[in-house]
Design a binder for this molecule. Structure first.
Ligand SMILES: Nc1ncnc2c1ncn2[C@@H]1O[C@H](COP(=O)(O)OP(=O)(O)OP(=O)(O)O)[C@@H](O)[C@H]1O
Length: 588
């Protein structure tokens, strides 16, 4: 609640007006009995307290006016401490009431008989006049209070919008800037955000956003291009909300962010879903696995590209995570994408993103690809061997130039992403067959990591069994203690085509089936129980290339070396017709 002292100037003006109308001295005190205003001799004593037993206290307490026609003898004057020196001939007091409570008193004092006569000539009219003056002061007080409140709310709002992490720009219905926060000011530099300039000058597509939002529609996350202080073109994301008063558009609020900030936020969310993996989570005691782990630990401190090769389920992704989470990028995003699981047409936009308006049905403002999402972190390109050739060229460009070209864009986006690729295919073979770009292979294969299949490191099987049993127990809230007689031997002799993943699945099956405390042979999947008495087939060597592929490769090479098909057929030791048939068969 505002006090009379806060509107001291106004109160003094009113006191002077009353004095000049009435021809007597006027003083006005507040609820603490402090003199706020005064005319004549009272002016000097503003700010001082009046006597605590004076008529002012009574008027403050009763909130009703009071007249003293005979000072000294009036009952109120009896208690007054100033009565000994009182020079007053009469006094009229009126309360200043706000919401039924007196917050001050207007006092008119006569210092001569003549003044007293004037004061008491028509007391009804005088009281009414004073009441009006008191109301005027009360209105000023309420106004001050409203202004204070408005100022406080404005300050609070300004503090709120300045503490937001987004840029906020308020514009009128024509787009002229009315208000903005610090972040918005920092974001735009050429032209810069200023009061009165039109927001359309800040970014090309703001005109379109104004047009849309002016229809009363809220717009979410639209991309736009703008210039920063180095005159570099940057990407931002804007949401626009219309401000409506009685169904009429009075302005728009733009909420703007730099794309890097948006991606950071996305990554904070995605990143929190990615389990942090340390090398301790990679279990195994065999020399082969320990050697690979050592290589991976070394790779984690380097920014170079890693190519992990290994059969399905050998732990390629586990190693990729291990490398990322032990690297200096560990608190940055780890974004994984399986190049074989996404249809070819979609893979390009998933990886590299696309510009707004590139395809019908696509998000209007464009979309960031996985490379942008992984910026400053690591991207894991699983099943890289299945990446189509035209995307391999695009990936090569990313590796060479450290820039991403969104589909439909002419502005490459600089990125800093560490690439870890993985494949269960023989990439060298794919290169030889012309299915994988040799230059890309060399770019990816800077640090090669080859995870041997489980059959080549049987020593890891028992330790993996116990590790995975513990994992399954936790997952299924069980407490199976170990493995029964003969189980370990079956596991060691079985051919794990699906490697650790298959082993994990078998243990999960057995934990589900087992009711007791130990996993028994009966609770293993049939394929393992049957394998118990069977002789385990020798494992296929991955390095053996199929005859058909060898033939295809030989023909391709001969065609490249020789000037004519006859010559090639001769070199290959086959007839001309056979060569033609094979060329057709292999589509060479
Ligand atoms: N050495 C290991 N220690 C502990 N768990 C492992 C190990 N190797 C693999 N796993 C587990 O096996 C499962 C398969 O691993 P992962 O997905 O990393 O294999 P992958 O080689 O990437 O498979 P794919 O080729 O099918 O993509 C995961 O649950 C993983 O945690």
């Amino acid at each position: 609640m505002a006090k009379l002292f806060d509107i001291k100037k106004d109160v003094q003006h009113i006191a002077e007006a009353i004095a000049s109308v009435m021809g007597v001295d006027v003083t006005i005190v507040d609820e603490d009995l402090r003199r706020v205003a005064g005319t004549g001799g009272y002016f000097e004593s503003t700010g001082e307290k009046v006597d605590g037993n004076s008529v002012f206290r009574v008027v403050l307490e009763t909130a009703v006016g009071y007249m003293i026609e005979n000072p000294i003898t009036d009952k109120i004057c009896l208690k007054c401490g100033a009565k000994k020196h009182c020079r007053e001939f009469g006094e009229v007091c009126a309360p200043i009431n706000v919401k039924g409570k007196a917050v001050g008193v207007i006092g008119l004092i006569a210092f001569s008989q003549e003044q007293k006569n004037k004061l008491f000539a028509d007391t009804d009219s005088l009281m009414e006049f004073l009441q009006r003056m008191a109301d005027l002061i009360a209105v000023k007080l309420l106004e001050k209070e409203k202004n204070d409140h408005l100022q406080l709310t404005t300050k609070q709002l300004e503090t709120v919008i300045d503490s937001l992490e987004e840029g906020i720009i308020a514009v009128d219905s024509f787009g002229d800037i009315i208000k903005f926060n610090n972040i918005a000011k920092k974001m735009f530099h050429n032209p810069s955000v200023e009061m009165g300039i039109n927001i359309k000058s800040l970014a090309v597509n703001f005109a379109e956003l104004i047009q849309l939002a002016s229809k009363g529609v809220s717009i979410k996350n639209r991309e736009f291009l703008y210039n920063n202080n180095n005159n570099l073109q940057l990407r931002g994301v804007a949401s626009v909300n219309p401000v409506m008063v009685e169904e009429e558009l009075v302005g728009l609020i733009f909420i703007v962010k730099n794309i890097c900030q948006v991606l950071r936020e996305v990554n904070d969310v995605i990143g929190s879903n990615v389990n942090s993996t340390s090398f301790e989570n990679i279990v195994g005691e065999s020399q082969q696995l320990l050697k690979v782990k050592e290589e991976a630990i070394k790779a984690s401190s380097s920014p170079s590209t890693v190519l992990i090769q290994g059969e399905s389920g050998t732990g390629k992704e586990l190693f990729a995570r291990g490398i990322h989470f032990s690297s200096p990028r560990s608190n940055k995003p780890f974004v994984a994408i399986n190049c074989a699981a996404i249809p070819e047409q979609l893979l390009e936009s998933e990886l590299f993103g696309y510009e707004g308006g590139t395809f019908t049905g696509a998000a209007k403002g464009g979309r960031s690809g996985k490379f942008e999402l992984a910026n400053s972190g690591t991207i894991f390109l699983d099943e890289i061997g299945d990446m189509p050739l035209h995307l391999q060229s695009k990936l090569l460009r990313v590796l060479q130039e450290k820039k991403v070209d969104r589909i439909g864009s002419i502005n490459p986006i600089p990125i800093d992403v560490r690439i870890i690729a993985a494949t269960n295919k023989n990439l060298e073979e794919k290169v030889a067959l012309g299915e994988f770009r040799e230059d890309l292979f060399f770019r990816l294969n800077v640090i090669p990591i080859n995870i041997p299949p489980l059959r080549e490191r049987k020593q890891d099987i028992p330790v993996l069994m116990h590790y995975l049993l513990k994992k399954c127990n936790q997952k299924m809230d069980k407490d199976i203690k170990g493995f029964g007689e003969g189980v370990m031997r079956i596991f060691e002799e079985y051919t794990w085509k699906g490697n650790v993943r298959e082993l994990e699945n078998v243990i999960e099956y057995a934990v589900n089936m087992e009711q007791g405390e130990i996993i028994h042979i009966e609770n293993l999947p049939t394929k393992l129980k049957n394998s118990n008495n069977e002789k385990v087939e020798p494992a296929l060597d991955r390095s053996i290339i199929k005859l058909e592929e060898l033939e295809k490769r030989a023909i391709k090479e001969a065609l490249q070396i020789c000037d004519s098909k006859d010559e090639a057929a001769q070199l290959l030791g086959i007839g001309r017709a056979t060569l033609f048939r094979k060329i057709k068969q292999y589509r060479l």
